[in-house]
Design a protein around this ligand. Structure first.
Ligand code: HEM
Length: 543
């Protein structure tokens, strides 16, 4: 006892020092058992110190590591058919494969290479997404694919109505004076309103103003859903800094504010759930919203846990995060691209013409078909996502096979269990051979003019053909690609196309000389949150 009493003051600092040294070694010097034959981006001599420097650089300059044009150009390395390691201070190194191995990557079953696991780790979803099952059993992904996407056409009118309401509220209707707005904040308001109009629908949107909801919308719910998990990348990075065994203790502190935001959301959702499950009225049973889709899904699966108010409200919160934050970033990027492009006036004219022609063909109705044919909208959005896709990692998977996996080819290296491996979108999206003048924003890049005699049912009536935004490929990975490509992209595309059409029809954007630079944090990039643009409502558009 006395001995312990004397040794304790010595042992505790030693323990702390050893843990710290181990932590530093793992973060900065360890290759995570990745074969030494695969070079480390940013480390020109392959020695431990330059490797550590590259790891530090990955925090704010992954982009720089990817386009490093000095001694080694790592993007070119990949183009030449060889893998390299992209350091990542927070989530650990990633083996980036050349384009020639994309097919091989996509062919591997989830039991060998698991994409879900990367997402779970990246977001520290067991802690940040409220319930561990949200990340492991992706029910919401199934609900999006099987219900939301199939019923999207039914929501076109609602989304359009909400887009109009949201822009009038966020940007105003002054046709005389220019107005300077913070792009991110106003897009956050617009996307939150339109996403929730579909996901929670009429239970929270009474549309007609009441004493509780003077705007006709539940502003309290909208406020908290726009803020839930807004800074999840920072939160997950903070949690990542701790060893596994400490995370369950640290995470509740890191995520405290988000948990409180979730509770404020749940306060509005749980009464809806109660009414639907205890004494549903005829009207309730016909409701088409996320709560009802989840109840039906749980009934089909005979899964009482998935039917619980706890699980449904947590999944809804996680889903609104996935839906809202990604579309807010994407639409903010688009606004900056448009403001800085001298092609925008021509683009807006074309969009107005296209909208007129398509609506005329559908007797004035905005519907699934007319929207599908408005390909100019797809092109501008696709081009903006090509340049500024916020999840720059493209396709990233974790080796889930216990014995590891051998890369294709006779000299293919062996990657051990747990290694992250994939292809990166950034070097591909900026490859001059694939996209000539790759650094330029060319909103009509994905459009093609069809000769008049070839215009058929499927062609846009303006004679323009184009690639739908939802189409992913090895050279467009803004929504990732393959089995795990974003299931919400059909919904996101509907919203974003309606948003862009609305802006082109109703507003002017004042040109800016230079686009605000996106900021990089680890492998993600996003527009500056405080940057502004100047807009004005077009004359004759205010009813
Ligand atoms: C422009 C908007 C969007 C972008 C750019 C985007 C991008 C992505 C990307 C890149 C991934 C794959 C992440 C990875 O595995 O590495 C993903 C996954 C996912 N997205 Fe989206 N997304 C958008 C909108 C949405 C919307 C509106 C929803 C919901 C309605 C949604 C729901 C999801 C879900 C549930 C997953 C996980 C899929 C899985 O685990 O298999 N996303 N998204």
């Amino acid at each position: 006892m006395i001995l312990i009493h004397h040794l304790l003051p010595v042992l505790v600092p030693i323990g702390v020092l050893v843990s710290l040294a181990h932590w530093l070694f793992c973060r900065f010097f360890w290759r995570h058992a990745i074969p030494a034959t695969i070079p480390w981006a940013g480390s020109h001599d392959g020695k431990p110190l330059s490797q550590a420097r590259a790891v530090i650089r990955s925090l704010f300059d992954t982009r720089g590591l990817l386009v490093d044009s000095t001694e080694n150009n790592w993007s070119q390395y990949s183009q030449n058919g060889l893998p390299y390691v992209l350091p990542n201070l927070i989530q650990g190194p990633e083996v980036i494969l050349p384009q020639t191995m994309v097919d091989w990557l996509l062919q591997q079953p989830d039991s060998v290479l698991d994409q879900n696991e990367v997402n779970r780790d990246f977001l520290q979803a067991d802690f940040t997404m409220l319930h561990p099952k949200v990340a492991t059993d992706t029910v919401h992904g199934e609900v999006i694919k099987k219900v939301l996407t199939r019923r999207l056409g039914e929501f076109t009118g609602d989304v359009l109505e909400e887009v109009d309401f949201a822009f009038r509220s966020a940007w105003g209707v002054d046709t005389d004076d220019w107005k300077t707005i913070t792009a991110y904040d106003t897009m956050s308001e617009v996307i939150t309103r339109i996403s929730n109009r579909v996901l929670v629908g009429l239970p929270l949107f009474c549309i007609r103003a009441t004493a509780n909801h003077p705007q006709g919308r539940n502003e309290d719910y909208l406020y908290y859903s726009s803020r839930f998990a807004r800074f999840v990348i920072l939160e997950s990075a903070a949690i990542h800094l701790f060893p596994q065994f400490l995370r369950p203790f640290v995470a509740p502190i890191v995520t405290l504010f988000d948990y409180r935001r979730y509770l404020r959301m749940a306060k509005h959702i749980i009464p809806i759930w109660k009414r639907r499950t205890s004494a549903p009225m005829q009207d309730d049973k016909q409701k088409s919203d996320y709560v009802q889709w989840c109840l039906d899904f749980a009934d089909d699966r005979r899964d009482p846990e998935e039917r619980s108010s706890d699980m449904i409200s947590k999944r809804l919160a996680a889903l609104t995060f996935a839906a809202i934050q990604s579309s807010v970033i994407t639409s903010t990027n688009l606004l900056f691209d448009l403001a800085a492009s001298d092609q925008t006036p021509e683009l807006f004219n074309l969009i107005r013409k296209e909208v007129d022609l398509e609506l005329e063909f559908e007797n004035g109705a905005w519907n699934k078909n007319s929207l599908a044919r408005m390909v100019t909208l797809d092109s501008a959005l696709r081009e903006s996502m090509r340049l500024g896709g916020f999840v720059s990692r493209g396709i990233l998977k974790t080796v889930a096979a216990k014995d590891g996996i051998k890369l294709p080819g006779p000299d293919g290296a062996h990657l051990p269990y747990g290694t992250k491996v994939g292809v990166h979108a950034y070097p591909v999206h900026y490859d001059e051979e694939i996209y000539p003048r790759a650094k330029e924003f060319d909103p009509l890049r994905f459009c093609l003019l069809t000769p008049e005699e070839n215009i058929d049912e499927k062609t846009s009536k303006s004679g323009i053909r184009g690639i739908p935004l939802v189409n992913t490929s090895p050279i467009f990975m803004g929504f990732s690609h393959g089995r795990h490509a974003c299931p919400g992209r059909f919904f996101a595309t509907q919203q974003l196309k309606l948003v862009l059409a609305y802006v082109a029809l109703n507003y002017e954007i004042f040109p800016i000389p230079v686009r605000p630079q996106n900021k990089w944090l680890i492998g993600s990039s996003g527009p500056p949150l405080d940057a502004t643009i100047t807009i004005r409502r077009r004359k004759g558009t205010v009813a």
